[in-house]
Write a new protein. Structure first.
Length: 410
């Protein structure tokens, strides 16, 4: 039997439970409401970060392509908008874009600040409820461009006549333009043809990875290589008579004038470094020839004349696999350091296995009817290719030639 006092106590406890349950339900509902708002806030934060990343990359690509700062900002804002900014109920003004540097070494910074819709949190919190995101892209030397042919100076590369340039297994890059005259010439690569200026292909040109203008310029990949020491001084009386076949030895060929290889004669070079200063080599006739394995020809001195005049004879040289002196570049076959012109008519074979490095020279090639011109890499100041024959460069990865790419760094 339940007494009156016990009944009253029971009803009091029952009332307390109802009050506690109500209070607990309010806390639970509040927590659920807060979780909904916070979860939505975090989702919007991820969306804003994705938009910032896309905007920084888009702006970086525009900068890489040489666009103005205004166009870079416009590209970044447009990509932010298409990646969720407008979905948040704001507008493109919420995107801040900062651009620095140039398309050589630029940087694009994007900041997004956006208000977030409130569901329940507004009942208890009236302060700022927004998300922010930041992303930074930079132009970096990101990967090897596999450039077999590089022109470092303006106007760049020029193809004239019925000439064909065929780059097998590699790409081409010009710090100027890649221009042409006529519609029958061909320039084919297995990669891409890039240029800091414009590329003007015709229907015979082929580049599976594209013709890309407005690219950042490239520096000489061999600029860090140390030049050779002159070595043993070759006296004029030590020069052989090459009226018949003759042999040459490594050393310092200084102020010896023009060393001529006459018709029907072959000059054979023994392995080593040949340092030419104020001394030129001339192949006088179509049947004159210079050949040698494991040799490096280095040209220094006033550039007023042609130091290596190979336009009328045959040349066949292979470079040392490793540099014959400390600090040198492996596989260097010909290094024209004095900016003297190089002119090869290609009436006979011009075969070079290794690196042809003439970073400030005007190089003219008139064709190569008897075989491949080069097995390796070619770096010139400017290149003028003309005539009716083929110039073939079979790419050999002897040194990395970085190609610029946009990457997110923050």
């Amino acid at each position: 039997m339940v007494t009156k006092r016990a009944s009253q106590r029971f009803r009091a406890e029952e009332g307390q439970v109802v009050v506690l349950f109500a209070l607990f339900s309010f806390v639970v509902l509040g927590a659920m409401a807060l979780a909904l708002d916070v979860g939505y806030l975090l989702a919007e934060r991820r969306q804003a970060q994705s938009a910032a990343d896309a905007a920084a990359l888009a702006g970086g690509v525009a900068l890489l392509n040489g666009e103005s700062y205004g166009n870079v900002s416009a590209a970044a804002i447009a990509y932010a908008s298409t990646n969720g900014v407008d979905v948040l109920g704001s507008d493109a003004a919420a995107v801040g874009v900062s651009v620095s540097g140039t398309h050589h070494d630029g940087r694009v910074e994007v900041e997004i600040d956006l208000p977030v819709q409130r569901f329940f949190v507004g009942a208890v919190y009236t302060g700022e409820w927004a998300v922010g995101a930041r992303a930074v892209s930079e132009i970096k030397d990101y990967y090897d461009g596999n450039y077999a042919l590089i022109a470092l100076e303006e106007p760049g590369m020029y193809v004239n006549g019925n000439m064909t340039i065929d780059v097998i297994g590699g790409s081409a890059m010009s710090n100027g333009d890649v221009d042409r005259s006529g519609h029958v010439n061909a320039f084919t690569v297995d990669g891409m043809i890039d240029a800091a200026g414009f590329v003007d292909p015709n229907s015979h040109w082929e580049a599976p990875s594209g013709f890309n203008g407005n690219r950042p310029t490239i520096t000489n990949p061999f600029s860090a290589a140390e030049p050779p020491n002159p070595g043993y001084l070759i006296e004029i009386e030590e020069l052989p008579d090459c009226s018949d076949d003759c042999e040459l030895w490594p050393g310092y060929y200084y102020n010896l004038g023009t060393f001529t290889i006459p018709n029907n004669s072959t000059a054979t070079l023994h392995p080593g470094v040949y340092y030419f200063e104020r001394t030129s080599i001339e192949l006088r006739a179509t049947k004159s020839r210079i050949e040698g394995d494991d040799v490096m020809l280095y040209f220094e001195g006033p550039p007023s004349s042609t130091y290596f005049d190979a336009k009328n004879g045959e040349t066949r040289l292979t470079a040392p696999n490793t540099s014959p002196y400390p600090g040198g570049q492996d596989h260097m076959a010909i290094w024209i350091a004095n900016c003297s012109a190089f002119d090869n008519q290609g009436n006979n074979e011009f075969y070079l296995e290794g690196i042809f490095n003439a970073p400030c020279s005007d190089v003219t090639l008139h064709g190569n009817p008897d075989g491949e011109m080069l097995y390796g890499q070619v770096i010139v100041g400017t290149l003028d290719v003309r005539g009716t024959s083929d110039v073939i460069i079979r790419y050999m990865d002897l040194v990395d030639t970085p190609r610029h790419q946009i990457v997110l760094v923050e």
